[in-house]
Design a protein around this ligand. Sequence first.
Ligand code: UDP
Length: 443
Amino acid sequence: MRIALVSEHASPLAALGGVDAGGQNVHVAALACALAELGHTVTVYTRRDDATLPDRVHAAPGVEVVHLLAGPPVAVPKDDLLPYLPELAAGLAADWADTPPDLVHAHFWMSGLVSLAAVETLGAAGHDRIPVVQTFHALGTVKRRYQGRDDTSPRERRTLEPWVGQSVAAIIATCTDEVTELTAMGVDPATVSVVPCGVDLSLFRPDGPREPVPENRTRIAVVGRLVPRKGVDLVIAALALLRDAGRDDVDLVIVGGGRSQNDMHEDPDGARLLGVAAAHGVSGQVILRGQIPQAELPAILRSVAVVVCAPWYEPFGITPLEAMACAVPVVAARVGGLGDSVVDGVTGIHVPPQDAPAIARAVGRLLDDPETAAALGSSGRARVSDGYSWDRIAAATVDVYRRVLADPVPRGAPAVPEDTFSRTAAAFAAPPVTVVGRRGHRP
Ligand code: UDP
């Protein structure tokens, strides 16, 4: 199968840990390689965010990454990309006119939008219609619920994202919770399959080097982007509660952010977290490591007693899988994908969202009972080995692709409200104009 993966802001080749570079980049990179290993030919399309990038990069056997020009070839926050999407859609249509893929798998709502637009352009030019499968990774409805006025998504997302959900041939949700959210958005649940993210089991494994930990100190860790909704502030507050309860031997290692360790005070999120640590009087116990290449993460994970994931909400969350793969128990907020991946009392401990005292109690329990912690850790490794290898995730993804290709007749998307089109047209006003979808125009 010739498969096009579209990931407009999240390049599989990007450094991880910054504001807009995390799980989606990892997902797209690993899925591309796993699909290629199954014998498929994969092309990943992403926006050019650096003028020096080559147009096409041979990233792995069977995987090519294509950098398409869409707006200035510099880093642009993903929430500011909408005006550049017509150019991206035109780039896709041009590439697909030469060598059309059998199927497009779009990642994030804006990729769905440009993929549908490109397919529409090709259809209007007489090409066969290429089915689009969609993975949202995150939903605007959920983001708005938790971030309210701090949500910087473009206003058009409110109408365009549901439209994408209703227009694509199939949706791959990454957790069961997402299916409820999609249904509330007006998506037909019959078009949705749940396939989680995977984890690199050969990189993240229990055996291997571990970072040295100073004598008489214990470490816990948080890994990921440091944006407020990831709840790292809560873990710092929990660290202070642990200290108040007599566990002053615990250090918190925080991995992620847009900078390296020595520059973390210049990273807006890093500076915020340093302030939180100072306010709680735990500056001496918080180690901000900055952005770390994934290859170096296992040694850090193996050196800690517990990994904490305390997001306000979480579309999936690959980090807990990586901890489990290293046989480290996870304390996880019971939200989104963490409700599926971390099994309470088996591979870790669930805590209510946004509850620093509950995090402190759960971490304290595991630190005080290393035997139970070790048992949860090895169950975690068993769980991810059984269900979350990328070859397994790729096979489940291909099952969805095959179902879509076997049933090319769309399921009758609801008529798109008129204002969706006016907003779409407005968003896509800059030439070359590509009108996304047409009322009643589904083949
Ligand atoms: N990551 C990394 N280095 C960092 C910070 C994060 O390699 O400094 C990786 C981490 O290992 C994980 C991904 O970025 O694979 C974060 O994915 P997750 O799904 O946990 O969070 P998201 O970024 O999607 O919100």
